[in-house]
Design a protein around this ligand. Structure first.
Ligand SMILES: C[S@@+](CC[C@H](N)C(=O)[O-])C[C@H]1O[C@@H](n2cnc3c(N)ncnc32)[C@H](O)[C@@H]1O
Length: 258
């Protein structure tokens, strides 16, 4: 059955298998590189919004930061908690909240929204609500880091139908993805079909629909500014020295709280 709320149980349980080729440790190196380049004071506390299964939050906590992860999907947080069991709660905590309506008592040295989390806020109002939440939870001068889908590249390259097969011991997970653009709203509807097979037999099957917003550079800088932050960096996600272009689907953005 096609579910409209993404990251349900089957998808959440398959998530880390599906992204085992994503190098989260080197993404944490990248995050630390941005800290070194732009932070005005030592970064000690991090709020990871849309933390998912904790694949940035956990290594960052292991590197000595105090990290709070927030996510709307209980099943994703459950995976995160399983992985984080050996870390003390003072070092790492996970909260089930909608980041757009978040109101925590603390302000942080840095806020992250990694792996297109901002794109799940699809209307202008929701994007502003998300960015205002970032701003509310940042200390003045604090850093915001996110990556988003870059509109010029999405329109140039267009989403392609893809199949990914992951072998997990005796069984395999097959994910089919196809995307459709709504160019007027800057949205891509991605349909995922997930099958878990063993000896050719389907053990589990699930479908999800993810609606993702892609961003253009001027609107992004404007949204960030509206939320009392200043954009200080935008580049290809893979290479901080490379300007966004029509072949950079993912871009990395950093901003500073005014
Ligand atoms: C593509 S996953 C990224 C997870 C993680 N940051 C990573 O890099 O693997 C997007 C995550 O954002 C979360 N998310 C999307 N919108 C959210 C919202 N409004 N509030 C909290 N979490 C949200 C989803 O539940 C999902 O776990």
């Amino acid at each position: 059955m096609m579910v409209n709320i993404p990251f349900q149980k089957d998808y959440a349980e398959a998530y880390d298998f599906l992204y085992q080729d994503k190098n989260y440790e080197s993404e944490c190196d990248l995050i630390e590189e941005i800290f070194r380049k732009f932070a005005s004071a030592k970064i000690r506390t991090i709020l990871d919004l849309g933390c998912g299964t904790g694949s940035h939050a956990i290594p960052l906590a292991q590197r000595g930061y105090r990290v709070t992860g927030v996510d709307l999907a209980e099943d994703m947080l459950q995976q995160a908690r399983l992985k984080a069991h050996s870390l003390p709660t003072g070092q790492l905590a996970f909260l089930l909240e909608d980041l757009r309506r978040l109101s925590l008592p603390d302000q942080y040295d840095a806020v992250l929204m990694m792996f297109a989390v901002l794109g799940y806020s699809t209307t202008n109002e929701d994007i502003l609500a998300a960015l205002n939440s970032v701003s509310r939870h940042l200390k003045p001068g604090g850093l915001f880091i996110c990556d988003v889908w870059y509109g010029p590249a999405v329109l140039r390259q267009r989403p392609e139908a893809k199949e990914k097969t992951i072998r997990t011991g005796q069984s395999e997970i097959i994910r089919n993805a196809s995307g459709t653009l709504d160019i007027f709203r800057h949205l891509c509807e991605v349909r995922y079909r997930l099958r878990h097979l063993q000896d050719g037999q389907v053990l589990q099957e699930a479908e999800e629909r993810h609606i993702m917003r892609y961003f253009f550079p001027q609107e992004l800088a404007f949204f960030i500014r509206q939320a009392a932050m200043e954009q200080i960096h935008i580049s290809s996600f893979e290479d901080l020295a490379r300007s966004p272009a029509e072949d950079t689907w993912n871009v990395l953005v950093a901003a500073r709280r005014l």
